[in-house]
Design a protein around this ligand. Structure first.
Ligand SMILES: *Cc1c(COP(=O)(O)O)cnc(C)c1O
Length: 372
């Protein structure tokens, strides 16, 4: 591949982290062990002492979160369709029904006015998503949840180190899931975690991630529920410990690059993300093409690629994919979501980029748009 190619994202792994992974490999203990315990403790410390449990993906953590919340077959779970499909798939995985409500086009996040209106006697939970790391309004979210006695499972897969009014995401609220996929602001290779409320929820999570088993001091075990196999390795946890040490610095770097993007793209006729330099972790920098260019997005992506620039579509609206259409959802059901999903484009943003990279992307994008 062209070494000059600028991908839309790329993890930053330092030499100390590579050394710590080598040490795990030499230690003879590769699976869940002391490194996972240390990462759970470090994440918990950042979250003000809340209990945190790791899993092999955020998808697993979200599914276990729904089980811990008591969401059962036939229940309804209110969420957004502008997210990675995992957000809704976990609802189906526990036999519940996803109820998508539209986004607020200004924030691209779930419209909380519509959440309240979508509550029925079958509703048991809400899954808000902090798309691109922009936090959903936690004050209004929890007002609605407590008014209707609903559980909240925060899909904070993209919001590592983001905050709501100065409170780090994960440090407050009900159940909160983070992802450590390599494209996220910190990684464990693959992995995720759930912030839980008490020891009983933590114990249930531990069973769900490892075959439903509880070990006894005498070397035997009991299995009292059906669990899966979704524990994190110490290899992954060693990567995560190295990443967590640099998370704030990496997010600050993203913030600086995002500020430059906003300056350079001010007059381009694109929809720009909110100029939030306080709360978001700038997980992605996403622009909206003008309505007139929506059908040209594939050509824009191809032209960027020809200029050595990667970009992405995050995300196609979940309810318009085949699985969800087969459940009765139709294009037209969520107009703001569909409009944004048809025009959104993720530009390169990761901590190792420099100002020149941002300028190159902006120049290329402006020239491509001018060409139409
Ligand atoms: C990445 C992501 C997930 C899933 O995370 P995995 O660790 O890949 O399972 C879920 N929801 C959102 C919004 C995501 O971005």
């Amino acid at each position: 591949m062209n070494p000059e190619f600028l991908p839309f994202t790329r993890p930053s792994i330092d030499e100390a982290t590579i050394e710590s992974v080598a040490a795990v490999l030499r230690s003879g203990w590769l699976t869940t062990g002391p490194k996972c315990a240390a990462l759970e403790a470090a994440l918990s410390a950042r979250a003000g002492g809340r209990l945190v449990r790791l899993a092999s993906s955020a998808t697993a953590a979200l599914e276990f979160g729904l089980r811990i919340a008591g969401v059962k077959p036939g229940d309804e779970v209110i969420t957004t369709s502008l997210s990675w499909v995992a957000t809704a798939n976990v609802i189906l995985a526990v036999g519940a029904r996803p109820v998508f409500v539209d986004i607020d086009p200004a924030t691209r996040l779930i419209d909380l006015d519509l959440v309240a209106a979508a509550v029925t006697p079958k509703t048991s939970a809400i899954i808000p998503v902090d798309l691109a790391g922009f936090p959903v309004d936690r004050d209004r979210l929890y007002d609605i949840a407590s008014h209707h006695r609903l559980r909240v499972l925060e899909d904070a897969a993209q919001s590592q180190g983001a905050n709501w009014k100065g409170r780090e995401i994960g440090s407050t609220g009900d159940l909160v899931a983070l992802s450590f996929h390599p494209n996220k602001n910190m990684t464990t290779g693959e992995g995720g975690c759930l912030m839980v409320n008490d020891a009983a929820e933590a114990t249930l999570f531990e069973k769900l991630r490892l075959q439903g088993v509880t070990r006894s001091p005498d070397g035997t075990y009991d299995c009292d529920i059906l669990g899966g196999k979704a524990n994190l390795t110490d290899i992954g946890a060693a990567i995560g410990l190295g990443q967590l040490a640099h998370l704030d610095e990496a997010n600050a770097r993203r913030r600086g690059l995002a500020r430059l993007y906003l300056e350079k793209l001010q007059a381009a006729g694109l929809g720009l993300p909110p100029a939030d330099f306080e709360q978001t972790n700038w997980h992605m920098f996403q622009v909206l093409l003008p309505e007139s260019l929506a059908s040209r997005r594939p050509a824009v992506i191809a032209s960027l690629k020809a200029a050595g620039i990667g970009s992405g579509v995050h995300y196609p609206a979940i309810h318009t994919t085949t699985l969800y259409r087969n459940l009765g959802w139709r294009p037209g059901d969520l107009p703001h979501t569909e409009s944004v999903a048809s025009r959104i484009l993720t530009l390169p943003l990761f901590p190792q980029m420099n100002e020149g990279d941002v300028e190159r992307v902006c120049a290329a994008l402006l020239a491509i748009i001018k060409g139409y």
